[in-house]
Write a protein that binds this ligand. Structure first.
Ligand SMILES: Cc1cc2nc3c(=O)[nH]c(=O)nc-3n(C[C@H](O)[C@H](O)[C@H](O)COP(=O)(O)O)c2cc1C
Length: 318
């Protein structure tokens, strides 16, 4: 459906999903995704799409994250920019993408909707999405409020969905890919693992920190605001948690200075790891190198193939 060689997708990542990373993933046979809202205007997104096209002749997608923001975002204009640029795959996330589907469908675009529950996956299927990405509790960014891990979500998705689906969250190696396929997924979507690659356009200190980190180094912030986000557990995330632990309802005003998006972006640029917050998933515990996207994808596929043909094959023949 996506015209790619390997069933490995690089999910949209704010400030990280630039042409360097997306094209590297696509050139390696996966599907790279540009993050729409990382570009300040729809015109800039069109330029970034053109830049990516110069770097790869393989398919790539654009992520459109529809979330309530402090500053209003002209989502329709971003969607139109995607269509006008001739991109054929869109990853939507954050909210029900229904208002954008007529535009995308008329242009023949395949829509992958990323969601964190079975009920939202079924809704996505019902409204005409082509594929869903099922984001388990392990994932970086917004895992929702249900706290259901992929061990449960994926088999449920396999039982209930009729459209293809990707496993997302907590994936980063061949064991994960083989397990996701075994649980019924048609491929995997990875965010955190792709941050620790040579082509990810972020400071080396961030990548090194991920290599050093364990599976215990993420934190769930904004729980008290019903908008949970899994981020790297740095001093800023801990301060946010302290504020959230105070008695009474949390006021976003008290947190806002700590979590401004611009600080997160600066952190990725200058490597000052405690400047702001940054999304990271539990898979950091399984990251111990910084390969190129080509090396990473080739290795994941080879590991998964070996597990399926050797380890699992031997169990059958034994
Ligand atoms: C730094 C970072 C930024 C992200 N930004 C977005 C975003 O803007 N929109 C979105 O839909 N998902 C975003 N995600 C989530 C990823 O697309 C993906 O669903 C998630 O990382 C999967 O979990 P994993 O990190 O365990 O692989 C982000 C993830 C990371 C690590």
């Amino acid at each position: 459906m996506l015209g790619i060689e390997h069933p490995i997708i690089q999910g949209g990542m704010q400030w990280v999903g630039l042409a360097e990373l997306a094209s590297a993933v696509s050139n390696a046979g996966g599907l790279g995704i540009l993050t729409g809202l990382t570009q300040p205007t729809p015109e800039d997104l069109q330029k970034e799409i053109a830049r990516c096209r110069e770097m790869t002749d393989k398919p790539f997608a654009v992520n459109l994250t529809i979330l309530p923001t402090i500053k209003p975002v002209p989502y329709e204009e971003y969607a139109q920019a995607i269509v006008d640029s001739g991109v054929m795959i869109v990853e939507t996330a954050g909210r029900n993408p229904e208002p954008f589907l007529p535009l995308f469908k008329a242009a023949g675009i395949k829509v992958i909707h990323k969601c964190t529950s079975i009920r939202h996956s079924l809704k996505a299927e019902r409204i005409g999405c082509d594929m869903v990405s099922v984001d388990g509790f392990e994932c970086a960014g917004h895992p929702g409020e249900d706290d259901v891990t992929n061990m449960i979500l994926l088999p449920l998705a396999a039982r209930r969905l009729n459209i293809p689906f990707l496993a997302s969250g907590g994936l980063g190696d061949g064991r994960g890919l083989a397990a996701a396929l075994a649980m019924g997924a048609d491929g995997i979507n990875m965010g955190t693992r792709f941050m620790a690659t040579r082509e990810a356009p972020i400071h080396d200190k961030v990548k090194q920190k991920m290599v050093e980190a364990s599976e215990l180094d993420t934190a769930l912030i904004y729980r008290t605001l019903n908008n949970t986000a899994r981020v790297f557990k740095n001093s800023i995330a801990e301060k946010v948690l302290e504020i959230e632990a105070q008695e009474g309802p949390t006021r976003f005003e008290d947190i806002r200075p700590l979590v401004q998006g611009t600080k997160g972006r600066e952190l990725f640029d200058d490597g000052n790891l405690d400047k702001g917050i940054w999304s990271a998933g539990m898979i950091v515990g399984l990251i111990d190198d910084i390969p190129s996207c080509e090396e990473l994808i080739t290795r994941i596929v080879a590991e998964a193939e070996e597990i399926i043909s050797q380890r699992l094959g031997q169990m059958l023949s034994a």
